[in-house]
Write a protein that binds this ligand. Structure first.
Ligand SMILES: Nc1ncnc2c1ncn2[C@@H]1O[C@H](COP(=O)(O)OP(=O)(O)OP(=O)(O)O)[C@@H](O)[C@H]1O
Ligand SMILES: [Mg+2]
Length: 229
């Protein structure tokens, strides 16, 4: 299996606190991996460090090469806060912008945008600005805004945080239809069981377990030890 993401010896200090301790794992093509841990365990920090948005020590390789602009351009990242990525006067413009920037014609770009909105249950909202959506709708729009570029690796931070049960079910089905590799940070155990095959358990900034989702997410002792339940 070709490596999509390789992390070795990753450490991160923020102020006087060590937030990530010697993190190492690799993720192969098409793999669906959960990054699970209690509030403050370091999930978001790890994602930010992988993306080079926070200073860290250690090695991060993306698609077999040291992290670069080209490698990062093939990632689809949905941050915990959807406001970070939707800011145009309409969702259609938010979604077509990256496609137009990479030289696609407006017609096909628009078609892809409408398709992605439909896939997340937001058909009919193409002309609406993100600020006029509910938080859960905005989260779904942020997911559509990365799917539209057909990323090779999807990184999602707390994708279900504001979603109602039906939206969670729809997102689960959507993710399970995608053949793309993905790393999903969340503490929503049921959702992770349904969308991933492998789980990394993060506890106080270190990996406490790495194994099949069924075993890691079902091990109450392990989850209690990590402060998750
Ligand atoms: N800028 C910062 N300076 C100092 N410490 C920080 C900073 N940002 C985050 N931290 C600390 O890093 C730790 C990990 O935070 P992080 O946001 O990665 O946790 P998380 O696992 O994503 O939690 P959640 O489930 O609440 O999203 C926390 O203890 C937090 O206080
Ligand atoms: Mg977080």
């Amino acid at each position: 299996m070709k490596p999509v993401l390789e992390v070795a010896g990753l450490c991160c200090r923020l102020g006087s606190r060590t937030v990530l301790r010697n993190i190492g794992f690799s993720l192969g093509e098409g793999q669906a991996v959960a990054l699970v841990g209690a509030n403050g365990a370091g999930k978001s920090t790890l994602l930010w460090a992988i993306l080079g948005l926070l200073p860290s020590d250690g090695e991060v390789r993306i698609f077999g090469r040291p992290r670069s602009r080209d490698g990062l351009a093939r990632l689809g990242v949905v941050f915990q806060n959807p406001e970070d990525q939707l800011f145009m006067p309409s969702l259609e413009q938010d979604l077509t912008l990256p496609l137009l920037n990479r030289g696609e014609a407006p017609g096909p770009a628009r078609e892809k945008a409408l398709e992605a909105l439909e896939a997340v249950g937001l058909a009919g909202y193409a002309g609406t600005p993100a600020q006029r959506l509910s938080l859960g709708q905005r989260k779904r729009a942020a997911i559509a805004s990365v799917l539209v570029s057909s990323p090779s690796l999807l990184i999602l931070d707390e994708p279900t945080a504001e979603l109602d049960p039906r939206s969670v079910r729809q997102l689960t089905a959507l993710l399970n239809r995608l053949p793309v590799a993905r790393l999903i940070a969340s503490h929503h155990l049921e959702f992770l069981q349904a969308t991933t095959t492998r789980a990394l358990l993060l506890s106080e900034g270190a990996i406490a377990a790495d194994g099949p989702s069924g075993s890691v997410l079902g091990d109450e002792g392990l989850l209690a030890g990590a402060g998750l339940i």
